[in-house]
Design a protein around this ligand. Structure first.
Ligand SMILES: *[C@@H]1O[C@H](CO)[C@@H](O)[C@H](O)[C@H]1NC(C)=O
Ligand SMILES: *[C@@H]1O[C@H](CO)[C@@H](O)[C@H](O)[C@H]1NC(C)=O
Ligand SMILES: *[C@@H]1O[C@H](CO)[C@@H](O)[C@H](O)[C@H]1NC(C)=O
Ligand SMILES: *[C@@H]1O[C@H](CO)[C@@H](O)[C@H](O)[C@H]1NC(C)=O
Ligand SMILES: *[C@@H]1O[C@H](CO)[C@@H](O)[C@H](O)[C@H]1NC(C)=O
Ligand SMILES: *[C@@H]1O[C@H](CO)[C@@H](O)[C@H](O)[C@H]1NC(C)=O
Ligand SMILES: *[C@@H]1O[C@H](CO)[C@@H](O)[C@H](O)[C@H]1NC(C)=O
Ligand SMILES: *[C@@H]1O[C@H](CO)[C@@H](O)[C@H](O)[C@H]1NC(C)=O
Ligand SMILES: *[C@@H]1O[C@H](CO)[C@@H](O)[C@H](O)[C@H]1NC(C)=O
Ligand SMILES: *[C@@H]1O[C@H](CO)[C@@H](O)[C@H](O)[C@H]1NC(C)=O
Length: 393
């Protein structure tokens, strides 16, 4: 009698174990999740049905070769995977509008993270921290920090429209191999990337501070739009692709003391507080230089080669073009325009160079976006400038 009493549950458990395929699994309720608890290695994907309601615990599973996916699970409130260490492919969550908690204490490695529309998710219970991931794209969440994401390297890294995200410090990050884009998060977002040494493209909108003390080289674009910081400092940065400072209303100091090469175009526009542009080591710009604004000092004394055009326009009358006039023939390969005392400074494509300027102010930002979208400054800057000159003739 007592034997049967013990046998039955054991049999039941083993039936569950046999029933578990440990392959692709769709989870509609907690029983489905319990059914794979014996799968320490799950060879496939876990799909959480959008009808899932309440808490979900993925106990027992240590590795998933494929993905964790939930699309539209509006009634999922929290997901716990206490022993899960790695997800081979994607971790995709979209539209889990009631999700408040992700507790993945052991998770360290994920193929990629793509989260969108998780407005109630404020923090991550990733105790060990994810140190390895490919692309990380986090949009429209309620996250207030990215604690728990402690990447060493990352491919694409897009952090967009997370309105409560106030501070990001990714201390481990040393190398970013694809686009980094931070945009539309909390207005005063502070970003610290203390150990980031190399990257490709980095674009920032609507942030209040950025710290990149170790950054040495970017192969793609570095761009800032609509930020709130007063100083941008990149003490170790020697070269970048296109370089853009556009619409940064408080920016008064750009400090890049060892910048020697801009492999692309260099645009400074609509930064009304910027008075001094001092880039003493800058030697070569392979695209166009296009600076417009209210500055009174431009020190580019190391400049030996500008392969594109040169457009410098300022409202400030204390500044003059004598120096640039003198290097025009030897240094500047493209068209030359310098105007030191103009009421309406414009960029080379005719957009206003100051936020108070009169010509089509609304499109000045989109000219920056056009650069971000891949148009080469070297080409568009020069072509647009020729066009502008043709209009004058
Ligand atoms: C859980 O969902 C499965 C289908 O995935 C269904 O067969 C089972 O009856 C459900 N169990 C409960 C307890 O609702
Ligand atoms: C979420 O729960 C509500 C209320 O029970 C239900 O009407 C809705 O269909 C559920 N959503 C999904 C995607 O199943
Ligand atoms: C950054 O990562 C890329 C691709 O993995 C690699 O080729 C490059 O050497 C790394 N750079 C540094 C400085 O670690
Ligand atoms: C800046 O570069 C110098 C020389 O390469 C190096 O010694 C220093 O550690 C770097 N600083 C940071 C903060 O990475
Ligand atoms: C973000 O910056 C852009 C400029 O790129 C600006 O047009 C927009 O109003 C800013 N958004 C917020 C919420 O500050
Ligand atoms: C600009 O910022 C750099 C770095 O923070 C600082 O060393 C320098 O003194 C500042 N320049 C001015 C004019 O404030
Ligand atoms: C700047 O232009 C204004 C009007 O064109 C002129 O009155 C003024 O003297 C000029 N200032 C300098 C420093 O050239
Ligand atoms: C331009 O500035 C230089 C010094 O920066 C000065 O020597 C020169 O006289 C100025 N030229 C004009 C036309 O104001
Ligand atoms: C960065 O993200 C913003 C908002 O999603 C987008 O408008 C912008 O085009 C992105 N930048 C790049 C270079 O992809
Ligand atoms: C990265 O930067 C390069 C050069 O600055 C540019 O041509 C390219 O379009 C950028 N890519 C993205 C995704 O912004």
């Amino acid at each position: 009698m007592s034997f049967a009493k013990y046998l039955l549950p054991a049999l039941a458990a083993s039936q569950v174990a046999f029933a578990a395929s440990c392959g692709d699994t769709t989870i509609e309720n907690q029983s489905d999740a319990d059914g794979i608890a014996s799968c320490s290695k799950l060879n496939g994907d876990i799909t959480i049905a959008k009808s899932y309601s309440g808490s979900l615990s993925l106990a027992g599973v240590k590795t998933i070769s494929g993905s964790i996916i939930c699309n539209g699970g509006e009634n999922v409130t929290d997901i716990t995977a206490a022993s899960l260490t790695s997800v081979g492919d994607a971790f995709n969550l979209e539209g889990l509008t009631r999700l408040t908690q992700l507790a993945f204490a052991e998770l360290t490695s994920v193929g990629s993270i793509k989260w969108n529309a998780l407005p109630k998710l404020q923090s991550l219970n990733f105790d060990k921290g994810v140190t390895e991931a490919g692309d990380v794209i986090i949009q429209n969440t309620g996250l207030t920090s990215l604690d728990g994401i402690s990447l060493k390297t990352v491919n694409q890294f897009e952090i967009e429209n997370n309105r409560d995200l106030q501070k990001i410090n990714i201390n481990n990050l040393q190398n970013a191999t694809d686009l980094i884009n931070f945009s539309g998060n909390f207005d005063a977002l502070e970003i610290e990337l203390p150990n980031l040494g190399t990257g490709t493209n980095m674009t920032f909108r609507n942030i209040s501070s950025i710290s990149v003390p170790s950054l040495e080289k970017l192969t793609g674009q570095l761009g800032f739009w609509g930020t709130e910081f007063t100083t941008f400092s990149a003490p170790n940065l020697t070269s970048t692709g296109d370089l853009v400072f556009n619409d940064n209303s408080k920016l008064s100091n750009i400090s890049m003391p060892v910048l020697t090469k801009v492999d692309g175009g260099f645009t400074i526009a609509r930064n009304d507080k910027l008075q001094t542009i001092d880039l003493p080591k800058l030697e070569k710009v392979t695209g166009a230089i296009d600076f417009s604004g209210k500055f009174n000092t431009v020190d580019l004394d190391g400049l030996t080669d500008v392969e594109g055009g040169f457009n410098l326009q300022s409202t400030d009358g204390t500044f003059n073009c004598t120096h640039f006039q003198s290097i025009r023939k030897t240094v500047i390969k493209g068209t030359y325009h310098c105007d030191a005392n103009t009421t309406n400074p414009t960029t080379s494509n005719g957009k206003s160079g100051t936020s108070s300027g009169s010509s089509s102010t609304s499109s000045a930002t989109s000219s920056g976006a056009a650069v971000a979208n891949g148009a080469s400054m070297a080409v568009t800057g020069v072509a647009a400038f020729f066009y502008a000159v043709a209009q004058l003739l």
